[in-house]
Structure formats: structure tokens, C-alpha cells
Design a protein around this ligand. Structure first.
Ligand code: NAD
Ligand code: AKB
Length: 315
């Protein structure tokens, strides 16, 4: 029986991943942890404990005491926030990963998931249909930490028998929990402002295309990768994962089909430079081939559901 630890479980991804894993593996077998206090849903549906991933001793102790078999480590400082505190962000992102890899090596919890990002690419990477293997010269502290993290994950798999699995998530779109300070956050904020104010001032420019994915697809595919037969995985760094690519203008037009009065204006800030260094679209055929990556949401389906759910949430 699997016993699963989720680190950083109260963020945009964790808050949904915990509930999906509890449904699948049983509430009592999915241990949610974070450095802040949970809301009712996570607290009332299964075990939760405050746990700082930077505290190695406590992390290892937790894993051994609860007979953990799998770890999902979601703790990180995202791209926008990381540019404000580069050295701390590097320290946190790398230490969070290295502590988890070491804990996996020194315990029975060999299987671990740690997300990488499209931020591993940089301004010299081919921007369209970006291949899995290509030029990678990220110029953000977040991207550098993700690229280094991928290399460490592969190293621990090869050298120490840790079963490291990862994907390069695109920007994730969801309504349950606010995004945590990234460059793709506009694609969530826009829905809340559309419903609340009827307008949105976007911090990226009109024609900045980025790869994005609806959270349900991200969660389904994350679990699919973790459940895949190890012998099928040709990559032990991180798999490209594409989703849907669109610009702020295309997203606004799709919202306007349902809310004709909605209007958008553009005031690009420091995150524009980050977005300009990332791919516009991604080639993910290796993930589709190796472990069956499969997405269900196109832009229209995603926009319809986001507007409905955000409306309900704001009521
Ligand atoms: P988030 O910022 O919403 O959540 C991160 C969680 O980690 C928070 O609940 C935070 O309290 C917790 N945390 C921070 N420091 C911690 C510590 N020292 N110990 C334990 N917990 C700590 O982030 P997210 O959007 O859920 O992203 C999760 C992971 O996925 C990150 O590695 C991120 O880089 C990656 N990712 C996210 C996206 C996206 O669009 N959301 C895209 C690509 C990659
Ligand atoms: C961010 O914008 O920092 C994240 C990511 C794509 O890694 N959403």
C-alpha cells in the first residue's frame, strides 16, 4: 500500500493534488504538509502536519515515522517572486529539492515527484514547438534552479536508485487556490477580475504566447506519470508537457465570447522579460509516447469552466 507525503501541499497545485490522491489512495494514506495552516478541506479530509522541507532532520524523521513510500515536493519560490529575492530563492529552491532527494536516498520513500517548468528554457531556445532536448540557457533564477534540479534528479536516479520523476509544467490555470507569484499568473487573475470588475490590466503584452494547462489535466497527468511503469520512462530529468498555447489577447477574446462587456488593457512589467525568454509552444511527443500524456482541455472548454467556477466562488 502506498503512503504518500506531499510537501508544499497548500499551494496552487498541492491543494488540488492532495484531494485527487486522497480519492485514489485513501484519505489516511496521503499526508499533506506545509509551513502554513490548512483550510477546512485539507484539514478535515486526512492527515496534515506543519513541516518545513528545509529542516532535513524533521523531514527524514517524518518519512520514517509514517512509513512514507512516495514523496511529492511542491515547495518553491516561483519565477516572478524569485526575481525579487534571487539568492534566497536559489537557496530555498535548491535546498528544498536536495533535502528531498537525500531523504529519498536514505529512506524507503524512493519514488518522488518534483516539478520542473517551461522556465528551464531561455532566450536562445527555439521558441516554437520547443523540443525536449535543445539549447537551454535560462536567465531567471527560477529557471536556473529548475534546470539544475532536473540534472540532480537524473543524477540521483542513476547513482542512488532514487525513482525521480518530473515534468516541465507550463503555466497552470485553476480557480481553487491563488497562484504563487509566477509569470503565468495573469491567466488566472484575468478570470477573477473579469467577474469582479469586468476588466483586467494585464502585466504581459497583448501578443505574448505561452504554454498553459488547465489544472485538471495537470493533476491527471502528474498521477499518470507517477503510476507509469518505470521501464517505460526513457527520461529521468523532466518531460516536456505542452497543454494549450495562447496570448493574453486570445484569452481575452475567448472570455469576451461569454462576457461581451469584458475589456482588457496592457501594462507590461518586469515579468514581460521573463515571458519573452520562455517558449511560445512545446513539443511533448516523448511524454505522450512513454507514459501516455493526454490532455482534455482546449482554450474554449477551459474558459467556460473557469468563468463558471470563479463566478460560484465569488458568490
Ligand atoms: P505555490 O507557491 O502555490 O505553492 C507552494 C507551497 O509551498 C506553498 O503552499 C508554500 O507555503 C509551500 N512552501 C514554501 N516554502 C516551504 C517550505 N520551506 N517547506 C514546506 N512548504 C513550503 O506553488 P505551486 O504553483 O503550487 O507550484 C508547486 C511546484 O510546481 C513548484 O515547484 C513550482 O515551481 C512548480 N510549477 C508550478 C507551475 C504553476 O503554474 N503553478 C508551473 C510550473 C512549475
Ligand atoms: C511561473 O510562472 O513561475 C510558473 C511556471 C510556468 O513555472 N507558473
Amino acid at each position: 500500500m502506498e503512503r504518500i507525503l506531499i510537501i508544499g501541499s497548500l499551494g496552487q497545485i498541492g491543494s488540488e493534488l492532495v484531494m485527487a490522491l486522497r480519492k485514489k489512495y485513501g484519505n489516511g494514506n496521503v499526508f499533506a504538509t506545509d509551513i502554513k495552516n490548512p483550510g477546512e478541506e485539507i484539514r478535515n479530509s486526512g492527515p496534515f502536519q506543519i513541516l518545513d522541507v528545509l529542516d532535513y532532520k524533521n523531514l527524514l524523521h517524518f518519512i520514517v515515522r509514517h512509513h512514507i513510500t512516495q514523496i511529492y515536493n511542491l515547495a518553491a519560490v516561483l519565477s516572478g517572486n524569485a526575481e525579487k529575492i534571487p539568492l534566497q530563492a536559489w537557496e530555498i529552491n535548491m535546498k528544498a529539492l536536495m533535502n528531498t532527494l537525500e531523504a529519498a536516498r536514505q529512506s524507503e520513500a524512493k519514488k518522488m515527484f518534483w516539478p520542473s517548468s517551461i522556465a528551464v528554457f531561455g532566450p536562445t531556445t527555439p521558441r516554437h514547438n520547443t523540443p525536449q532536448l535543445t539549447i537551454m540557457e535560462p536567465n531567471t533564477v527560477y529557471g536556473i534552479s529548475k534546470l539544475a534540479g532536473e540534472r540532480w534528479g537524473e543524477y540521483y536516479t542513476r547513482r542512488y536508485d532514487v525513482d525521480f520523476r518530473s515534468v516541465r509544467y507550463p503555466g497552470l490555470i485553476s480557480y481553487k487556490t491563488e497562484p504563487g507569484g509566477g509569470t503565468t499568473d495573469y491567466a488566472v487573475e484575468i478570470f477573477f477580475d473579469a467577474i469582479k470588475k469586468g476588466s483586467y490590466e494585464c502585466f504581459l503584452s497583448k501578443n505574448t504566447a505561452l504554454p498553459m494547462m488547465f489544472m485538471d489535466d495537470a493533476i491527471d497527468n502528474t498521477i499518470r506519470l507517477m503510476e507509469a511503469d518505470a521501464s517505460k520512462l526513457s527520461l529521468r530529468s523532466a518531460y516536456n508537457m505542452a497543454g494549450i498555447s495562447f496570448t493574453p489577447n486570445e484569452l481575452a477574446e475567448s472570455i469576451q465570447k461569454r462576457l461581451p462587456e469584458f475589456n482588457i488593457s496592457y501594462q507590461p512589467d518586469f515579468r514581460q522579460t521573463i515571458a519573452d525568454s520562455w517558449p511560445a509552444s512545446i513539443d511533448d511527443h516523448i511524454a505522450r509516447h512513454d507514459w501516455g500524456l493526454n490532455t482534455k482541455f482546449d482554450i474554449e472548454k477551459m474558459v467556460g469552466l473557469m468563468l463558471e467556477k470563479v463566478k460560484e466562488k465569488l458568490k
